[in-house]
Write a protein that binds this ligand. Structure first.
Ligand SMILES: Cc1cc2nc3c(=O)[nH]c(=O)nc-3n(C[C@H](O)[C@H](O)[C@H](O)COP(=O)(O)OP(=O)(O)OC[C@H]3O[C@@H](n4cnc5c(N)ncnc54)[C@H](O)[C@@H]3O)c2cc1C
Length: 436
């Protein structure tokens, strides 16, 4: 059952409803998580689109209070004209503030600015034991359990966060091409500190000397004098998609041959070394938002997103993972490689210092499930973890190794939700509450 609460009394009524009492309850934003964290079979899903208020942005501090149902897209449409950007953005603007907090999302600037929750100063949270105004000082355990807690601590109504002052609505970007994985990883370790934003697009279909060849794009918000003559921030709000995929492509269109050809063309099209290119915010941060229904390209079978993080000492895991994929003949679109800096204190927040690799893998090849299981083992052995917001298939045996502080998280849930009302298909599947 799906409800759209509009007030705290609606939430209280929802919590005590038969549907919630029998099957549990979970909040939902825009459903951009790749798996099942925002649904609960047999229970109640609360879509928070009515929590859509947005305060004025403080012109000096950048502080703003935003309803949990407001999307980053909507927030940027008002903030960019005022010279402010979200402190952290994922690869799509179509996520809500509630979803951003519950996944403690990261962007291309994690090595400098940390994750979303590093910029949140307070939240209003409806837990099964009542409405709480939570800050990092008045209830640090609850505040940080909510960071990346996948909605299990309660329903976020609104949050106060600090926006980033930007000098223009453009990004000055340096692009470099790297002939293999070692070269690009070395460049990221030695050079990323010079940039606020950094991401490498890695070709996982190559082997030998060219294994993991990559295009590295790094940049920062462009100084105003660099973009003189271009439309100013007041006119540069992100645009709606210009392209669309009108119907589902046949399953199998994205196969080893077509993806190898795409990756090859993409690598050759990238500049070898371009310094100071100027890109719009949409092009640099949210390229997929330019194509509506891009997921239809994968056909009815769809695809798996697989994202892991490993510590710096396990950088080798990234190479082994790409080699395994390449050797197994499981096709993979361009993978996204980023560096994580210091994490937040969240006990199950995903980002931890080191490397993160995100893969898009079309469903279909018979070898895929086995390869992913092998990658899970590899990541767990390396002291790493899988991103819960992108997971749809992890074996639950790995959860306590990958998230060794999950006991702290469960203790908070036992305090604010002793009857285990908040739950989701993800929570059941991975036994996040530890009660299965
Ligand atoms: C194209 C694309 C690119 C992406 N890139 C990145 C990236 O670069 N970095 C990154 O970190 N993530 C990325 N993601 C993942 C995405 O940022 C997260 O999954 C995010 O949580 C989705 O937000 P949503 O509003 O759609 O939430 P949903 O998917 O609806 O829900 C996600 C979780 O948030 C909880 N939740 C939602 N609203 C509330 C609320 N009001 N109160 C309490 N809990 C709530 C839900 O219960 C659920 O557990 C990407 C996703 C896509 C589709």
């Amino acid at each position: 059952m799906v409800l759209h609460p509009t007030s705290t009394s609606d939430l209280e009524a929802a919590f005590s409803s038969d549907a919630a009492q029998q099957g549990g309850v979970i909040a939902r934003g825009l459903g951009r998580s790749y798996g099942d964290p925002a649904q609960v079979s047999g229970g109640l899903v609360l879509v928070n689109d009515a929590f859509n208020e947005c305060s004025a942005i403080h012109p000096e501090t950048g502080e703003v209070t935003v309803g949990s149902g407001v999307s980053i897209d909507t927030l940027l449409a008002t903030s960019i004209p005022q010279g402010f950007f979200v402190p952290v953005t994922p690869g799509t603007r179509q996520v809500t503030i509630g979803g951003a907090i519950a996944a403690d999302i990261h962007g291309k600037n994690h090595h400098v600015d940390g994750s979303f929750m590093a910029h949140v100063t307070s939240m209003d949270l409806m837990t099964p034991s009542g409405l709480k105004h939570v800050t990092p000082t008045n209830d640090p355990e609850l505040f940080w359990a909510t960071a990346g807690g996948m909605g299990l601590t309660g329903v976020i109504l609104r949050a106060t966060l600090t926006m980033l002052k930007i000098p223009s609505a453009y990004v000055a970007v340096d692009t470099t091409r790297h002939r293999n994985l070692d070269e690009v990883m070395n460049e990221m370790v030695t050079g990323d500190d010079r940039y606020r934003y950094s991401v490498a697009w890695v070709d996982c279909m190559t082997s030998g000397d060219r294994m993991g060849r990559a295009v590295l794009t790094r940049g920062d918000h462009a100084a105003a004098d660099l973009v003189e003559g271009r439309p100013g921030p007041e006119k540069a709000i992100p645009t709606a998609p210009r392209l669309g995929v009108p119907f589902e492509a046949p399953s199998g269109l994205l196969n080893r041959l077509s993806i190898t050809a795409f990756n090859e063309a993409w690598f050759r099209a990238a500049p070898k070394n371009k310094i100071g290119g100027i890109e719009s915010i949409s092009t640099f941060f949210h390229p997929l938002d330019g194509v509506s229904n891009w997921n239809r390209l994968y056909g009815s079978r769809g695809f798996v997103q697989y994202q892991f993080a490993v510590p710096d000492t396990a950088g080798e895991t990234v190479r082994i993972a790409i080699e395994r994929l390449s050797a197994s003949k499981v096709p993979s679109f361009l993978a996204v490689l980023k560096r994580f800096g210091a994490g937040t204190p969240g006990p199950i927040s995903f980002p931890t210092p080191g490397w993160t690799l995100a893969l898009d893998l079309p469903i279909g090849p018979p070898a895929l499930p086995k390869v992913l299981n092998e990658l899970d083992d590899l990541v767990a052995e390396a002291g790493g973890r899988i991103y819960l917001a992108k997971d749809a298939r992890l074996n639950p045996v790995h959860i306590e190794t990958m998230y060794p502080r999950i006991g702290e998280f469960r203790a908070v849930l036992d305090r604010v939700d002793p009857n285990g009302l908040m739950t989701s298909d993800l929570a059941h599947r991975l036994n996040l509450r530890g009660k299965n």
